[in-house]
Design a binder for this molecule. Structure first.
Ligand SMILES: Nc1nc2c(ncn2[C@@H]2O[C@H](COP(=O)(O)OP(=O)(O)O)[C@@H](O)[C@H]2O)c(=O)[nH]1
Ligand SMILES: [Mg+2]
Length: 359
């Protein structure tokens, strides 16, 4: 058997001891790495703008571990009084329309104006393919490395409702960390736009010229929610088509009822790739914000959103307390069997189950 070679270092008295010390140190480092800081530490670091703590706190929010969630809740509560001081912008549009490229351009402009920008995503497809619309961070190459920006992809493997809940909480933490502009990207899938609309101050719909609404997967409700429509990819041969689309959309928007905000939705053209029109979008958002702050819609809208959030939390808790209870699940299984044999109706089964559940 080959003799193990011993380093001459360890033949010197005293040096071998260092091996033990380094083992202890390694263990200490390991322990510290596994140890989660206290909620108080998290809060003070987040309030000081520490991005690494912000990231870790968001990971706690996204965790399904009960202990992590409890800690996340304490951090959230402590951060709440320091939140709310940002402008929240939602951006939607079908995949490929240029949302990420646009956010990159807008984000860079905003950071040049000394704004601090956080980009979050609501991506229901990420729960299926475990990816994320922001997974391709390459589209935000510059913004990713920008010190005044923070980009966070949508958590994978969660339901849309779950993602929305976590995004709301993430917004709070980002605001507490000093981010004054929050941009939320979402694809026009399922109810995700409605969800994003319910948590932002300004809602942008990105489109491209030349493709019909059906082709772009745009539902009527989305146009109604939009505070602005941006015809993106207005560059090269596309410039003329984009201006025609702008006229068409401006005309079409007149058919929609007036908004409670008192704001008349605008249609603008832009090229996210070349950066043209992005400044105008930024100025438009600024003038919207000053209008709704003057007429108090800003505050009343956020109050409404908070009420919806409260109700969403209640619904989620009620749902969990029913479906995560074994007794209910057994009773439910029984009712399903009866239903399959035509021995009950959905209505009477539900009534019975809820009666038992409520005690
Ligand atoms: N010509 C042109 N291409 C663009 C523009 N914005 C985005 N793109 C391209 O469109 C593709 C999809 O962009 P991306 O930002 O990932 O779209 P998203 O799926 O909506 O986030 C990419 O190849 C971009 O380079 C634009 O303004 N003009
Ligand atoms: Mg994208």
């Amino acid at each position: 058997m080959a003799k193990k070679k011993v380093s001459t270092l360890f033949k010197i008295e005293g040096v071998s001891k260092q091996e033990t010390t380094s083992k202890i140190a390694a263990k200490k480092i390991q322990l510290n790495r596994n140890k989660i800081p206290t909620a108080k530490k998290f809060t003070s670091e987040i309030l000081a703008g520490n991005i690494s703590f912000l990231s870790r706190a968001i990971t706690l929010i996204e965790s399904s571990n009960k202990k992590h969630q409890e800690k996340a809740n304490i951090i959230l509560n402590e951060c709440l009084p320091h939140a709310n001081k940002s402008i929240r912008i939602g951006i939607t549009g079908v995949p490929g329309v240029g949302k990420s490229t646009f956010i990159e351009a807008l984000g860079m402009q905003l950071t040049k104006k000394k704004k601090k920008v956080a980009v979050l995503a609501i991506d229901p497809s990420s729960s299926i393919n475990k990816g994320s619309i922001l997974g391709d961070k390459t589209r935000m190459e510059e913004l990713v490395t920008n010190k005044r920006a923070f980009i966070r992809p949508s958590p994978a493997g969660t339901s849309l409702g779950g993602v929305a809940q976590k995004t709301r909480e993430t917004i709070i933490l980002c605001e507490a960390a000093g981010f004054d502009t929050i941009i939320i990207e979402t694809v026009g899938v399922g109810q995700s736009e409605t969800m994003v609309h319910s948590m932002v101050d300004f809602f942008l719909l990105l489109k491209i010229a030349g493709a019909g609404d059906e082709l772009q997967g745009i539902k009527r409700g989305i146009i109604e929610m939009a505070d602005a429509i941006i015809i993106n990819k207005s560059d090269g041969d596309n410039i003329r088509n984009a201006s025609i689309a702008k006229v068409d959309f401006t005309r079409a928007l007149h058919l929609y009822p007036q908004k409670n905000s008192g704001w008349k939705p605008k249609v603008l053209t832009a090229s996210a790739l070349e950066g043209t029109g992005v400044n105008e979008v930024m100025e438009m958002i600024e003038s919207y914000i000053s209008l709704v702050k003057r007429n108090n819609f800003f505050v009343s809208n956020r109050n409404h959103q908070n009420i919806s959030w409260l109700k969403a939390i209640i619904e989620k808790n009620l749902y969990d307390s029913f479906y995560k209870n074994n007794k209910n699940l057994i009773a439910l299984k029984k009712e399903i069997e009866l239903l399959e044999n035509n021995e009950t109706t959905p209505f009477s089964s539900a009534k019975k189950l809820l009666k038992n559940y409520n005690g």
